[in-house]
Design a protein around this ligand. Structure first.
Ligand code: AMP
Length: 379
């Protein structure tokens, strides 16, 4: 592929914060960005050169996007693969390719793919009917997690199952959609690795982050994860295997469980920049967003070196108001970087922004980040 160079145009399907932060980098590097999102003034639309206000399956707008852009990418993993194929059929490359979405949009296909690479996943079975459910109970047993195979995020569409009765109730409540039954694994830590690959087959991985979730939503990411150097290296190695196996072009976030015996199980692959990689904006030589732009434009990848320990904490909406108080107080804290995504309504649990603290060690960075967030409240 001839590289897409500054001055040319990148299309971004999806107008959320991941698109916004990718666009900041693209603009810094001299690109033109056109985003497509149904919501006017989307977080990405506010910073892009133009926004097409349309749904992700709107044929005319997807065709217009392909006509206005030299390369197209996306910032959320549930873009219909038909939309990607439509853009490609109008002569413009889309990265990551539709084949990547086909794997990552379905948890059964995703875990089957990981297993075929010889990597570890929690025991699982696809569940489409009552017979499959019986088989999953017999073969894998309890405790288990029953998840929708497609479309879920942040733990939505998931049930923890401790008995056959609960299994039947959850199965019936799911309304006939394809499900996956997974063994609930007793992990010590949740880790993620951000990995990038370009068409020249360069693959790079950032040091793993340690992730703490609240209500299944990422709350805190600690970089580097507090694990042995061997686990760090293994996590980066498996992430690179996944990216290469997928034929990924772009950035992906790979979530893993670390078991007490130090085995790593892959839980989920997100073929886009990832919330746990936001700290790289300030803590790394080349951020995940710059890496994404470089990869989809066919340019050499950057360094993933962590130049400072860092902790990122999310700022979620609380549903109590959409004006954020306490920002001047927060900004008195040294070594804190404050990000808001420009969303107008701070609905409960909506990702509104994040704070990254850099320090000499992750313990201090964690204290600083949490103290800074304490200053904030929605009014
Ligand atoms: P997911 O939507 O797959 O990322 O799951 C959301 C959260 O549920 C994860 O971050 C874990 O905390 C938990 N979880 C998911 N799958 C499992 C599993 N097989 N065993 C234990 N915990 C899990």
């Amino acid at each position: 592929m001839t590289p897409i160079l500054p001055g040319q145009t990148i299309g971004m399907v999806g107008g959320g914060q991941l698109g916004r932060m990718s666009t900041f980098k693209a603009k810094q590097m001299g690109y033109i960005v056109v985003t497509l999102d149904p919501a006017p003034h989307s977080p990405c639309g506010q910073v892009a050169d133009a926004q097409l206000i349309a749904g992700y399956t709107d044929h005319l707008s997807l065709i217009e996007l392909s006509q206005r852009c030299d390369v197209v990418t996306y910032e959320f993993e549930n873009v219909p693969s038909e939309s990607v194929e439509l853009i490609v059929s109008h002569g413009k490359p889309v990265f990551p390719a539709a084949s990547v979405l086909n794997v990552t949009q379905n948890r059964v296909r995703e875990k089957t793919f990981v297993r075929q690479l010889g990597l570890n996943v929690a025991d699982f079975l696809g569940v489409q009917d009552r017979d499959d459910l019986e088989q999953a109970i017999d073969q894998i047993g309890f405790p288990a997690i029953l998840k929708t195979a497609g479309g879920g995020y942040d733990g939505k569409g998931q049930f923890v199952i401790g008995s056959a009765d609960e299994a039947v109730c959850a199965f019936e409540a799911s309304g006939g959609v394809e499900l996956i039954w997974e063994r609930q694994v007793p992990f010590d830590l949740e880790l993620s690795v951000i990995c990038a690959r370009n068409q020249q087959d360069e693959v790079v991985a950032y040091p793993p982050t340690e992730n703490i979730h609240v209500n299944n939503i990422l709350d805190i990411s600690i970089a580097p994860a507090r694990v042995s150097p061997e686990v760090q290296a293994e996590a980066q190695h498996v992430a690179c295997e996944v990216a290469a196996g997928l034929g990924l072009v772009g950035v992906c976030g790979i979530e893993m469980f670390l078991l007490p015996d130090e085995t790593l199980l892959i839980n989920e692959i997100a073929p886009r920049p990832h919330n746990s990689g936001h700290h790289t904006i300030e803590s790394c030589i080349c951020s995940q967003f710059e890496q994404h732009i470089r990869a989809v434009c066919g340019l050499p990848l950057g360094s993933t070196e962590l130049i400072s320990p860092a902790v990122m904490v999310n700022i979620l909406g609380s549903g109590t108001g959409s004006r954020l108080a306490g920002v001047p107080e927060l900004l008195r804290t040294p070594n804190v970087h404050f990000h808001l995504y420009g969303k107008r309504e701070a609905k409960a649990d909506r990702k509104m922004g994040h704070i990254t603290a850099l320090s000499v060690d992750v313990e201090t960075a964690l204290e600083v980040a949490l103290a800074a967030r304490q200053q904030l409240r929605w009014e």
